[in-house]
Ligand binder design. Sequence first.
Ligand SMILES: Nc1ncnc2c1ncn2[C@@H]1O[C@H](COP(=O)(O)OP(=O)(O)O)[C@@H](O)[C@H]1O
Ligand SMILES: N[C@@H](CC(=O)OP(=O)(O)O)C(=O)O
Length: 449
Amino acid sequence: MNVIKFGGSSLASGEQLKKVLKIILDDPNRKIVVVSAPGKRSSKDKKVTDLLISLGTAALQGQDIEEKIEKVLSRYRIIAEELELDSMIIKEIKANLLLLVNGDKIASDYYLDAFKASGEDNNAKLIAAYFNKEGLPARYVNPREAGLYVTEEPGNAQILAESYTNLYELRKIKEIIIFPGFFGYTKSGKICTFSRGGSDITGAILANGVQASLYENFTDVDAIYVANPSVVTNPCGIKELTYREMRELSYAGFSVLHDEALYPAFKQGIPVQIKNTNNPKAPGTIILKKRQLTNQEVVGIASSNGFCSIYIEKYLMNREIGFGRRVLEILEDQKVSYEHMPSGIDDLTIILRENQLSTEGHHLLVSRLKNELSADSVVVESNLALIMIVGEGMRQNSGTMSKAATALTRNHINIEMVNQGASEVSFMFGISADQEEQAIKALYHAFFE
Ligand SMILES: Nc1ncnc2c1ncn2[C@@H]1O[C@H](COP(=O)(O)OP(=O)(O)O)[C@@H](O)[C@H]1O
Ligand SMILES: N[C@@H](CC(=O)OP(=O)(O)O)C(=O)O
């Protein structure tokens, strides 16, 4: 049994849904279909999720919402008309949106999450109606009915372990299951979404729960490429990746798969295959526990920006018992999570996501670090990009880091920070965000051309 997830780009129009139906009919193992909300039809278009966030925010602020409701509805209406579906489905979606508008506004995060989740929920109902009309028995299943329970963290929910046993029961359903991605229910019955792009997570959770033999993730590219295709022209595609490699790459910027979507599949050893809805014959990329190592030391180069570094210097830091703990306590107290913490003898650097801190929060954190740790200096640098170079083959090869550093130096890119874990599956450079694209191109040239 396969779990098959379609992203927003695969569900953006009636024409796309016809391709989806054909893909399901092509393989009888494709039993559980996880769907996103309709995505962009072109680069200038808006995702339904973004339209819903705008609608929910306006409703929260008591603004006029008629036009915003119409924007959401028209996306579904166009799809329903293209597929010649009964117009009743659009009436139902409108009724659902009006119900949400009248929901409880006191807990604003939950109010907004219910809007966001409706994008996938209404789409799943529409897709089930379409499949049935075309003679393929399909059943819409709601995450509450299936027992998909999550933590009480709106916009950033985590799965509760008991869900996996509940989801196993889905195996008993005879029809093709159409399951909305991106959200679950808290134990108190509230809707909570995963972080953005989280339908990938739902797919992986279902694959784990039903013990699928394969988790297929259909998107709009022929493969995972060795570098972001919007930065490098025609990058090479990757045939096989290990879970570890993909975890590092998706964390560091390969948005093609959500970085939290690997763990549930990895726990059950379920292979994850990335495929193209617009070209399903292309073999795509398969993500597995182990892969055949080639003599290529690097498999991918990812990057993301929006980071800052806080450099703390104190003479004899290495001798001060509990220094690291005190740094972490201050971060915890300020409700800030850190990404990396490379250190020297008398100094350490904390790498953070910049968007966690307001200007005020930033100043408070720095002054607490300086005063409570009696540091000699605390220096903040913003506008950082992290470049991650990944490959299991690095362990067998020497000189990978020097090759990468040389490529950056030749292109006049200053390396502000280096971090390499003991696992030797990846290493990371911190550079100025202004040079991010240039760095990816230089590294692509060094390793793949
Ligand atoms: N290394 C990469 N390989 C393939 N695609 C990538 C990579 N890095 C970023 N992407 C982007 O990921 C996109 C697919 O992910 P996403 O937009 O979330 O699709 P979906 O609509 O299927 O959820 C691609 O169109 C591509 O622009
Ligand atoms: N629709 C949600 C969840 C999702 O996963 O979408 P997509 O598959 O289009 O990335 C979002 O935009 O965040």
